[in-house]
Design a protein around this ligand. Structure first.
Ligand code: GLP
Length: 249
């Protein structure tokens, strides 16, 4: 794991954008694993700016999102489909047919999950996976559990996740209780992983992820076993880490 501590959210986002852009320069037809939540918004803004100044081209890229709420239609403003369209896809030149997000309104959720895994495999697996992290160290919607869920699967969201994500909903009672999430194996099979975290609320999850044992009650801890992970933090998210583990930027 390479842990890079930056001075601010903006610096974290810029650093992430450099790594992301590097991936697309080296391999324009990259398969990108994308995340939602407030954390990657700065990264997406940087990517849009790079695209607008003709320094980034998504025309050959393929993307797979980590997760989606079950029960929301794609056009629902709270859906991750909508989030991605608003915050990235409608502002860069990625081809609509190259965008994959699990369908939360699929009639057969189990089939949707299987289909998603086979599509990822068919496209050759993920080259670069962007991750945020939940306060309980979930990645995608892989919640703390007594085992690591391997494949794309249906998740019953934890109370704390529902509460944390309620801030995005006009009516907090409307947060879905179920989601589809890419599994841990699919995430771990990504060739490179970029985990971003900012703010004090993430400091404990980051400490457990990096310094604790690998166990499914801290889903992100599995990343200790991946051979190419960059964790980019702001100072607040890194505040519980020993300095000798970090590279300061
Ligand atoms: C959601 C998403 C995760 C994300 C997490 C953190 O639960 N499914 O992929 O990492 O929220 O969100 P935020 O970045 O808003 O703190």
């Amino acid at each position: 794991m390479r842990i890079i501590v930056t001075k601010s959210y903006e610096e974290m986002s810029k650093m992430a954008a450099r790594i992301f852009a590097g991936q697309l320069y080296v391999k324009p037809a990259s398969v990108l694993g994308l995340a939602t939540g407030s954390t990657p918004l700065g990264l997406y803004k940087e990517l849009i700016a790079l695209y607008q100044s003709s320094r980034l081209d998504f025309s050959e890229a393929v993307s797979f999102n980590l997760d989606e709420y079950i029960g929301l239609k794609r056009e629902d403003v709270q859906s991750y489909h909508y989030f991605m369209k608003e915050n990235l896809f409608s502002k860069v030149n990625i081809r609509p047919e190259n965008i994959y997000i699990p369908r939360g309104d699929a009639p057969d959720i189990q089939r949707e999950c299987q289909l998603y895994d086979s599509l990822i495999a068919q496209k050759g697996g993920i080259d670069l996976q962007v991750l945020g992290i939940g306060r309980n160290a979930h990645i995608g919607f892989n919640e703390p559990d007594d085992k690591f869920e391997v494949k794309t699967h249906k998740v019953c969201l934890k109370e704390e996740t529902i509460k944390a994500n309620a801030r995005f909903f006009a009516n907090p009672a409307a947060v879905p209780h179920y989601a589809i999430s890419m599994g841990i194996k699919t995430i771990m099979q990504a060739k490179k992983i970029l985990l971003l975290a900012n703010g004090k609320a993430k400091a404990e999850a980051i400490y457990e992820t990096v310094c604790g044992g690998v166990c499914p009650s801290v889903p992100a801890s599995i990343l200790q076993l991946h051979c190419d992970v960059d964790i980019i933090l702001d100072e607040a998210a890194a505040s519980l880490l020993p300095n000798d583990l970090c590279k300061f930027n």
